[in-house]
Ligand binder design. Structure first.
Ligand SMILES: Nc1ncnc2c1ncn2[C@@H]1O[C@H](COP(=O)(O)OP(=O)(O)OP(=O)(O)O)[C@@H](O)[C@H]1O
Ligand SMILES: [Mg+2]
Length: 421
């Protein structure tokens, strides 16, 4: 059993930098939790407070129900793997892995026991054949495995990893990511993993904690944060290329809804219309979000679709990425905004829209669905017609300086608790 509970944890560095604000999270036994967010959002600071490498300014960290704020790192039973996995160059792989065990004093570990543990970890990590080598004679991926092995031998309750793969090239990173998934199945412990890479977060985490400026934005399973992002930040951070957003008018007609944007009129039917109606959402201006892979396209004009011009076509092999421009919004009309709404400074953020300009969108199209002729024709300058089904639409508020909350799913409870301070 190793649960980790953070209650109202705050970190103020010397000099007054608040790196983490009121962090609240309950990590379950054997859960794989990922902290993800842009550089400087407080991921490492939070992890280091759990491991005991950084003082906790306020609040408590509990491991298995015991407050560990005042315990030394070595007494917390937490292992840590860093991005810069400094291995001892003069020691063999075996001795690098044995090193933390040789340091144990009370009680001292026997050589037999050390041998057992190191060889067992090496077997799991597939590095048995390298045990007698020095680190300089290993590849980057093999060295990373030794660093993980050094943390594994200790039998710790919580396994913390801070960007362990970011020094590796893209191919090796993919391979090690898969290995961490396998490793996790073999060593049954609680994992806390820090990364700024949303793909790593999505593929590794049972739950993902998305952070920004020292605040938790949302906590959820990969599917939850992808399908139901609590706010625009999460929506744009998870998924690549990032979600398209544009100001639009959500119109309600009885139980039916549609959105109007750039001359297009996209109906919202079924479950989504019901969700909107259940929440009592009336006609209003929204920031509409649609992921690039969820846009539908037609090469012929059709009722309600938005006519767009292709600017750039990127052939990725299995997919075609089209960067397109929407039509111009007639100057002075602010599209579908009322004059009052247009005064709201939030809309200034959507400058292309207000300037009467054109908005850039990205569309991802699986190439298997395209004919040879279509592939040849989807090139810069060509006009295509875009739409989206209601079920893939996300609706955010567009209030100035605010988080731009998802109208349907709002911030999660944790986010609200965290940001209420
Ligand atoms: N020792 C320190 N003294 C003062 N400020 C610090 C210290 N360490 C980190 N910070 C600040 O605290 C904030 C959070 O830093 P942290 O290292 O936790 O970010 P991070 O999310 O891990 O970022 P990255 O992805 O770049 O590793 C940053 O603004 C950083 O500048
Ligand atoms: Mg960091």
């Amino acid at each position: 059993m190793a649960t980790v509970v953070l209650k109202n944890v705050k970190k103020i560095y010397n000099g007054g930098v608040v790196a983490v604000h009121d962090f609240n999270l309950s990590i379950k036994d054997k859960e794989f939790i990922v902290f993800v967010g842009p550089s400087g959002c407080g991921k490492s600071t939070t992890l280091r407070m759990i491991a005991g490498l950084e003082d906790i300014s306020e609040g408590t960290v509990e491991i298995d129900g015991v407050v560990v704020n005042d315990l030394q790192p070595k007494d917390r039973n937490v292992s840590m793997v860093f991005q810069n996995y400094a291995l001892y160059p003069h020691l063999t792989v075996y001795e690098n892995m044995a090193f933390p065990l040789r340091l144990l004093k009370h009680p001292k570990m026997s050589n037999d026991e050390i041998y057992q543990r190191v060889t067992e970890a090496a077997k799991i990590l597939g590095i048995t054949q390298y045990l007698t080598r020095k680190p300089k004679n290993l590849s980057g991926g093999q060295r990373q495995r030794v660093a993980i092995g050094r943390a594994m031998v200790r039998d710790s309750k919580v396994f913390c990893m801070d960007e362990p793969l970011s020094n590796l090239d893209a191919k090796l990173r993919n391979q090690m990511r898969a290995e961490i998934i396998l490793l996790r199945k073999r060593i049954q412990t609680t994992f806390i993993y820090v990364t700024h890479d949303q793909t790593e977060a999505m593929t590794l985490g049972d739950r993902i904690v998305i952070m920004k400026d020292g605040f938790i934005m949302q906590v959820g399973t990969p599917v939850e944060v992808f399908d139901r992002p609590g706010n625009l930040f999460v929506a744009e951070f998870i998924g690549a290329p990032k979600m398209n957003t544009f100001l639009a008018r959500l119109e309600r007609k009885g139980g039916e809804y549609y959105v109007e944007a750039f001359g297009g009129k996209l109906p919202i039917k079924g479950e989504k219309a019901k969700e909107l109606a259940d929440k009592g959402i009336d006609s209003r201006t929204v920031l509409l979000g649609v992921r690039p892979e969820h846009m539908t396209f037609s090469d012929k004009p059709a009722e309600g679709l938005i006519p767009c011009e292709i600017q750039v076509n990127e052939m990725m092999g299995s997919e075609l990425h089209l960067h397109v421009l929407t039509p111009e919004v007639p100057e002075g009309t602010f599209g579908s905004l009322s004059e009052e709404e247009a005064k709201n400074p939030a809309y200034a953020e959507d400058k292309e829209f207000l300037a009467g300009g054109r908005k850039k969108l990205i569309v991802r199209i699986p190439t298997v669905n395209l004919t040879e002729q279509q592939r040849a024709e989807l090139i810069p300058g060509k006009e295509i017609y875009l739409g989206a089904e209601g079920k893939v639409m996300h609706f955010f508020t567009a209030d100035a300086g605010k988080l731009k909350t998802n109208l349907l799913y709002g911030p999660g409870e944790e986010a609200e608790a965290s940001m209420a301070s």
